[in-house]
Design a protein around this ligand. Structure first.
Ligand code: PLP
Length: 254
């Protein structure tokens, strides 16, 4: 899998080899699909995201990118937690909508769309609101193309000892990033942005020790990240429900 320096807002172009990969049939139950493709993708994505891959795991999730953002927020943030969302555009605000749907105790810190998220403001909020447990931010706000300063945001969040969730949908694979070095706990992206696959699934790369504590947290059956992970681990790449086999197969053909 090659990272592309191409920040695309969606599925615009795919290569001939990606299209060709979808020309044969794959079954969600087959070992050559689960062990030969799904497990390999999970391992490669984890290695691409973290210099300490053993501390992380990748969970693939059916649906577009938003489904994976929802799965992450709804499965990692518990009812008694407090989430700070720093938003400077549509995708940051969407995380705010997800938090409201789930009844997550949260605060939406709004910045102008022409402005980057300011780590100083996060620092001040966390000092004043020590009950905060999680911070969520978009890496590249695709709507404007603004790249938020992840280094300083992560350093601030870690200084306060909080859990950091990053929507890196349109930057992952294009902009090098090391979750282990920055201390990022969960990172979300999808098949059809920088990684140049076809749309149909997303993924959450997450610190194993965090996810291990999230059994039963999800308020959605199909978007239960813990349960999806548990099934994939025990079933050696088996998805809980029908997986988008052709899309996954195409994703592996870079
Ligand atoms: C594309 C994108 C999403 C998810 O959008 P979908 O239409 O659900 O794929 C979320 N966040 C960012 C930053 C995005 O670029």
């Amino acid at each position: 899998m090659k990272p592309y320096l191409l920040l695309t807002p969606g599925p615009l172009t795919t290569t001939e080899s990606v299209k060709q990969a979808m020309m044969s049939d794959w079954c969600t139950w087959d070992a050559d699909y689960n062990e030969g493709i799904v497990q390999v993708i999970r391992k490669e994505l984890t290695a691409l995201a973290s210099s300490r891959p053993e501390e992380y795991t990748t969970v693939l999730m059916q649906g577009s990118g938003t489904f994976s953002v929802e799965a992450a927020l709804g499965s990692l943030v518990r009812p008694q937690d407090h989430l700070l969302i720093a938003a400077n555009g549509a995708y940051g605000k969407r995380m705010g909508s997800i938090a409201s749907y789930y009844g997550i105790d949260s605060h939406l810190m709004k910045f102008e769309e022409t402005q980057a998220v300011d780590a100083q403001a996060i620092d001040e909020y966390l000092s004043r609101n020590p009950q905060t447990t999680h911070v969520a931010v978009v890496h590249c706000e695709t709507t404007t193309g603004i790249l938020n300063p992840l280094e300083s945001i992560a350093a601030t969040v870690k200084k306060h000892g909080k859990i950091l969730i990053v929507d890196a949908m349109s930057s992952f694979g294009g902009i090098p990033l090391d979750m282990a070095r920055l201390g990022i706990d969960a990172l979300i992206s999808s098949a059809n942005k920088c990684v140049q696959g076809v749309p149909g699934f997303g993924f959450v790369i997450v610190r194993r020790s965090r996810l291990a504590q999230c059994k039963g947290v999800a308020r959605s059956l199909s978007l239960d990240l813990y349960d999806q992970w548990d099934t994939m681990e025990k079933g050696h790449g088996k998805w809980r429900f029908t997986s988008p086999t052709h899309v996954v197969r195409a994703f592996s053909r870079h």
